[in-house]
Design a protein around this ligand. Structure first.
Ligand SMILES: C[S@@+](CC[C@H](N)C(=O)[O-])C[C@H]1O[C@@H](n2cnc3c(N)ncnc32)[C@H](O)[C@@H]1O
Length: 361
């Protein structure tokens, strides 16, 4: 499944993977801000048991779907996965919430013409989501099968949404892709035989043990995922929230993340690392993030041996061509905190490559 997600590590995963190491018996790789789940999937490929967490249901659904194996999604009652995808693609349109709220039909309900989806696509999307719910309620599909289908539906939505990468707003002119018909594609399922735990909640509530390997990939800019991905969250939950504004945002402020505020990010990160029980923590961050590397090094060194590993540059998130021309690349790095519970060093570790640190502005 591919879709654009701010901060996704899909382009960096080959550089992160070597730092994971082999799985430890009985331990978990904990992807605490799992987003699309591309990092959890890489850990599963190495044989780690995986625990995924995010405060968005839509993110946990995307990540969980990557970890479903063939036996868990046989769709026995409906004739198999491929047949189910065909049935969804043939779903009857429904003039439901997505149609009324996120297609130009919204003009009749609230006086604002929203152009996230064409009217036929929005009605089809409502029909597809309705069918998935109906199958779930009558027992035709199990919970993992439902997760897989909703995640496949996210893929379909992303292919036809009239947006510039996120759902923070819609475009005024219809893109070529947005005029195509919405359709789902099946994916190749794997053969994992690992344990998978999933939670939807605040990162401060996740569980870890000393043997677990915790991976942290917090937001590093002011962009709040709960508002940028509000439509996927509504599809995930299947609810009909009271939406606001031109963009039609569902209420999201309860999910405003401390990591998105420059003044709070470092304190939140330090508290999180301190509260985690794991002896080894990997942290992805960017030279463009709220926390400058020197401050991060000074703070996190208080919790254990701190090392920093440049991962190279990736293209910045670019909403359009003008922004793309004006932008430079972003340097990504992986910080590692290792601690011995008996003797946590209190001074910065000398093994950090100081040449790499960018000075605080
Ligand atoms: C940079 S993205 C993670 C990207 C992910 N590693 C990937 O490759 O797709 C950050 C994620 O953190 C989640 N998030 C932000 N604040 C959170 C919090 N306080 N608790 C749990 N999840 C949070 C966001 O919803 C988002 O999915």
């Amino acid at each position: 499944m591919t879709y654009r997600y701010i901060g996704s590590k899909s382009r960096l995963i080959d550089r992160i993977k070597p730092h994971m190491g082999p799985p430890k018996k009985g331990a978990f790789f904990v992807d605490a801000f799992c987003g699309t789940g591309v990092v959890a999937e890489a850990a599963a490929n190495l044989g780690w048991n995986v625990r995924i967490n995010d405060h968005l249901h839509s993110a946990v659904i995307s990540a969980r779907a990557r970890l479903i194996n063939k036996e868990q999604a046989r769709f026995k009652c409906l004739g198999g996965y491929t047949k189910v995808i065909d049935k969804l693609n043939a779903a009857k349109p429904k003039f439901g919430f997505m149609y009324r709220t996120y297609s130009p039909a919204s003009f009749d309900t609230c006086g604002i013409e929203r152009r996230y989806f064409t009217q036929p696509n929005a009605a089809k999307l409502d029909g597809m989501r309705y069918l998935i719910e109906e199958w779930s309620e009558d027992g035709s599909i199990n919970d993992l099968e439902k997760t897989l289908l909703i995640s496949d539906l996210f893929g379909a939505i992303n292919r036809v949404a009239n947006i510039a990468g996120t759902f923070g707003c819609f475009l005024s002119k219809w893109t070529k892709q947005s005029k195509e018909n919405i359709f789902l594609r099946s994916r190749v399922l794997n053969n994992y035989h690992i344990q998978v735990h999933e939670t939807v909640g605040d990162v401060f509530d996740i569980l870890s043990t000393p043997n677990d390997l915790v991976y942290l990939d917090p937001p590093y800019t002011k962009r709040q995922y709960a508002s940028y991905y509000h439509i996927l969250e509504t599809v995930a939950l299947g609810d009909e929230p009271k939406v606001e504004g031109v963009a039609g945002l569902r209420p999201w402020k309860d999910l405003a993340s401390d990591f998105c505020y420059k003044a709070r990010a470092l304190g939140a990160l330090s508290r999180l690392v301190d509260e985690l029980k794991s002896d080894r923590i990997l942290l992805s961050y960017s030279s463009e993030g709220h926390i400058c590397m020197q401050d991060m090094k000074a703070e996190l060194s208080k919790h254990g041996k701190f090392t920093m590993h440049p991962l190279g540059s990736i293209g910045r998130y670019r909403p359009n061509k003008t922004a793309s021309r004006a932008s430079s690349d972003v340097n990504e790095f992986l910080a590692i905190v290792e601690r011995s519970r008996l003797e946590a060093p209190k001074t910065p570790s000398p093994s950090v490559d100081d040449n790499f640190l960018v000075s605080c502005g």
